[in-house]
Design a protein around this ligand. Structure first.
Ligand code: HXC
Length: 507
């Protein structure tokens, strides 16, 4: 009996982490504890913990006197809506969640199991970084985690939640995972903090400005979404998880759906305005195509000229990439190309089909773009589409001009179905620009006349359809039905690139 009691006592002590006072301090910052987070993330009662009694082995700086059970990270596995997932959750109440040799080993253990068993890893980061007393042993621990992040990339989905500090080299583990979510006002990520920044560059900046959720979702694009608090971030992580396959060996889950596959949306017939320069909201089209109008947007706050995210069609996950005419006329630029390229590559790695909705006037001109390397960054998206072997369905709603036409999952990049609405204009450029070049030096009246002629001849989908670059011109109101049928016909698609060690995507 005493032995059983001892186990209970040890468990109770371990569960208390850094103790009541530090837990209260954690709560006073609006943060949940490592265990509370796991409880909200996983299905009730599903968590199985590993290594609850692991303690560090450091004997410097009197550390042997202080060996808390668990060593600042809670690890294990459980389920999210019944599907297996591995988790680690750093416990800031234990030595600031700092990473020791043994702390790192605990993380590596669950990552190895996740790889062997084909299930995602969700990492909850809340840590003061390398355990200073352990020095290089801590750096080694990080390195082992980094290597596993890399090895697991494209094999199992990896999701990082930043729910407190994540600084220095520690940022590079989340940086190599598939998705990063942050919590507003209580999380930050930076390679060097405000003090070092002040010393080196003389810039005065707060931690929040330097690496808070706003910075990383709007400016740097390091993070994919920011949430109001821990509870919302954890709930949204569960929602994302439901879209994803467990590994690259499995298909994404098929959920029950309650939406009519043949649903007709008459309002789509008037979505594209008569004036080709007027914007409209591409999100409306996404919502009207998706099952139950459910769109899980990724990087909503960054490069808003392109939309990326997940929907379901007939219950199956589909990744969506769509130009957004409401922002910068929907043009491609450095940021939107990078954002969409990474998304397409994620989808392809995990066998998630890609739906592309096109209304693109071209690439954004300017020295900022050219000096910033739009050639290389634009090539990322082109490359990502061209190497993707998953089912690819494309719908051109309006403009598909120039190189951007080719890039946006055109027939020439092995898209499977290329549809266009009757309002589509597939051409090298807009009618006016084209006419001004062909008829340079002619009078304004003549240019206007020739522009009208050009529009009549080329500003439509039929020239491309005649050549077979567009498989079918479809009625806007039947887009959901057509797209669902297209993906249904592609469920057993098999396509492969020739063997290579790996490609050399323009990074
Ligand atoms: C050991 C640490 C620690 C660390 C915090 N603690 N960080 N212990 N190693 N890195 C301990 C504190 O001593 C304290 O212990 C408890 O955690 C809570 O810390 P506080 O400072 O009281 O909390 P707060 O005021 O919220 O400040 C949080 C903090 C600060 C900003 C993260 O703790 C901090 O600056 N820590 C040091 C950060 C750092 O320099 N890390 C190493 C960077 S190099 P008690 O017992 O008082 O509760 C790095 C490289 C990674 O990380 C390399 C990867 C390749």
């Amino acid at each position: 009996m005493d032995i059983l009691q001892e186990l209970e006592d040890r468990r109770t002590a371990a569960r208390l982490g850094g103790g009541e006072k530090r837990i209260a301090a954690q709560h006073s910052k609006g943060k949940l504890t490592a265990r509370e987070r796991i409880d909200l993330l996983l299905d009730e009662g599903s968590f199985e913990e590993f290594d609850m009694f692991v303690a560090h082995r450091c004997t410097d700086f009197g550390m042997e006197q202080d060996r808390p059970a668990g060593d600042g990270v809670v690890t294990g596995w459980g389920t999210i809506n019944g599907r297996l997932v591995y988790v680690f959750s750093q416990d800031f109440t234990v030595m600031g969640g700092s990473v020791s040799e043994t702390h790192g080993k605990k993380i590596c253990k669950i990552m190895d199991l996740a790889m062997q068993n084909g299930a995602p890893v969700i990492g909850i980061n809340d840590s003061g970084g390398a355990r200073i007393q352990e020095g290089v042993a801590s750096l080694a621990a990080y390195g082992e985690v980094f290597q596993r992040n890399i090895t697991a990339s494209g094999v199992i989905p990896q999701i990082s939640l930043i729910m407190g500090p994540c600084a220095g080299g520690a940022v590079y583990s989340p940086a190599m995972t598939d998705f990063i979510f942050m919590v507003k006002d209580s999380s930050y990520m930076f390679v060097t903090g405000p003090d070092v920044v002040k010393t080196v560059t003389n810039e005065v900046v707060t931690a929040e400005e330097l690496g808070g959720a706003g910075t990383h979702t709007r400016k740097s694009s390091v993070a994919d979404a920011a949430f109001e608090n821990d509870v919302e971030a954890l709930a949204e992580t569960r929602r994302l998880f439901d879209f994803l396959p467990l590994s690259n060996r499995e298909k994404p889950p098929v959920r029950p759906f309650f939406d009519d596959v043949n649903r007709i949306e008459d309002s789509l017939d008037t979505l594209v305005p008569a004036n080709p320069n007027s914007p409209y909201d591409m999100k409306e089209l996404i919502l009207k195509i998706a099952d139950e109008a459910d769109f899980y947007e990724i990087q909503a706050e960054f490069a808003k000229n392109i939309l990326t995210g997940f929907i379901r069609l007939e219950g199956s996950t589909v990744g969506v990439v769509a130009n957004q005419p409401m922002v910068l006329a929907g043009c491609l630029d450095i940021d939107s190309s990078r954002k969409a390229a990474r998304f397409v590559r994620f989808c392809d790695a995990f066998e998630i089909p890609v739906l592309t909705l096109v209304d693109v006037p071209g690439f954004l001109p300017g020295t900022a773009q050219e000096y910033g390397g739009v050639i290389k960054h634009g090539a990322k998206l082109l490359f990502a589409y061209g190497e993707a072997t998953v089912p690819k369905v494309t719908v051109i709603t309006r403009k598909a001009y120039g190189g951007a036409y080719d890039v946006m999952a055109s027939k020439h990049l092995n898209a499977d179905f290329n549809y266009a609405w009757p309002t589509a204009e597939i051409a090298v450029m807009g009618a006016k620009g084209a006419t001004e070049i062909i008829h340079r030096g002619k009078s304004a009246e003549e240019i206007a006349e020739r522009t009208a002629e050009y529009e009549a001849r080329f500003a439509n989908p039929f020239v491309a359809a005649e050549k077979g670059f567009i498989d079918e011109v479809i009625m806007p109101h039947s887009t959901r039905k057509r797209v669902c049928r297209a993906f249904a016909s592609l469920r057993n698609k098999k396509a492969a690139m020739p063997w290579k060690k790996h490609d050399n995507i323009p990074l």
